[in-house]
Design a protein. Structure first.
Length: 381
């Protein structure tokens, strides 16, 4: 069973929980209120070897699986009470574990993974564009060969960790296939590359202090050795799967956020002057049941990802997690409103962050759900 953690994962969960409770939680209110990224906490994460959880041991990491990232993400939020920092941490893990770990060659992994494990480097994924978002039909950032180098031109937006990144993984058009569809390649572009500039800092009222920005690439010279994975195959092999990997790794953080929400709610009820009714106990039991089911789903989805097998139930698991998480948010918010109308900033912030995280790429999830139905009508598995 995916929730039956072995000794290594149990130790990891305890280690992250203690770190989060001692280092992050005392500053959770300030972290939610300000945009400044807490580099001192990030460095402490590196010292405690928490930045390399998904990085192989040969590159100085923990050698953890996707399930390890999910377990650690849950502990980071439930103990630290901040989803924004966990978002930055998760993106760091996914880039290292998925993009570089699965598609990087020996030279690329040897250059970047040790630096990511120690916190000397972090990275951002540059896929979305201001107008096109991540739709391949409308993306326009290009990479053309000139004098032995690729020249990258275009604008990328909504880069999580962009302002603190030392390098970017940039998705760019490198040709057109026989069917007239664009071919995309992924490039590793160091921030120091001439022609790379941050053109806009994007400020959100949620998921703080995770930083976001827009970058412009103007004639950036990248050698052929800077291509990550196979040329012209990045969209299908890396970019489309990246969203699923990101979603699965964020499930742990979402469960951690909801666990903290429930703990805050129970604390309020315990302090209430009126004894708890049977109806209240029933509804709290309902919330606990959903939370436990979501934890199982998060760990199981990560376990499926680790197996390398595309299970038939994989998509259903991702979609069901969204449904149940939404049910949890609706139920717990309504329950809190019945006992108090006073502002409860920590609970409200967590609610917004959880809902925002679950709602990422909701339109894509809707399309997948529709295709699920189409396959059912067509009699396909």
């Amino acid at each position: 069973m995916a929730t039956a953690l072995d000794e290594k994962l149990t130790h990891l969960r305890e280690k992250v929980s203690i770190f989060a409770a001692e280092i992050i939680a005392p500053r959770s209110s300030r972290l939610r209120a300000h945009l400044e990224f807490p580099f001192d906490i990030w460095r402490r994460m590196a010292t405690e070897q928490l930045l390399g959880i998904g990085i192989p041991e040969q590159y100085g990491g923990f050698g953890g699986t996707y399930r390890a990232i999910s377990v650690a993400g849950e502990a980071l939020v439930s103990g630290g009470h901040n989803m924004g920092l966990s978002l930055s941490w998760t993106i760091h893990q996914v880039i290292a574990r998925f993009l570089l770990g699965e598609f990087g060659n020996e030279s690329q992994c040897g250059t970047y993974l040790p630096a990511m494990a120690t916190g000397a480097n972090t990275a951002a994924v540059a896929i979305s564009e201001p107008e096109a978002k991540a739709h391949p039909k409308y993306m326009s950032t290009s990479a053309s060969m000139h004098d032995g180098y690729y020249l990258l031109n275009g604008t990328k937006s909504f880069l999580t960790n962009g302002p603190i990144a030392d390098f970017f993984v940039v998705c760019a058009i490198t040709g057109t296939g026989n069917d007239n569809r664009k071919d995309f390649s992924a490039f590793i572009v160091p921030k120091s590359t001439e022609g790379v500039s941050i053109t806009k800092f994007i400020e959100f009222e949620f998921l703080r202090p995770s930083p976001h920005c827009e970058i412009t690439l103007s004639g950036c010279r990248v050698p052929e050795a800077g291509i990550l994975g196979v040329k012209n195959q990045a969209y299908d092999s890396m970019i489309k799967p990246f969203r699923d990997v990101e979603e699965i790794c964020l499930m742990g953080s979402v469960v951690g956020g909801m666990a903290q929400q429930l703990a805050l709610l129970v604390t309020r009820f315990r302090a209430a002057p009126v004894p708890a009714s049977d109806g209240l106990k029933l509804r709290l039991g309902h919330l606990q049941s959903i939370l436990d089911m979501l934890r199982i789903a998060a760990y199981e989805a990560a376990h499926m990802l680790d197996s390398g097998i595309r299970h038939p139930e994989f998509l259903s698991l991702l979609l069901s997690f969204r449904y149940l998480a939404g049910d949890f948010q609706e139920s717990i918010t309504h329950l809190l409103s019945e006992i108090t109308s006073e502002p409860y900033s920590e609970f409200s912030s967590l609610s917004v962050d959880v809902s925002t995280t679950v709602g990422i790429a909701a339109y894509v999830a809707r399309i997948k759900q529709q295709k699920h139905g189409e396959q059912l009508l067509a009699g396909k598995e």
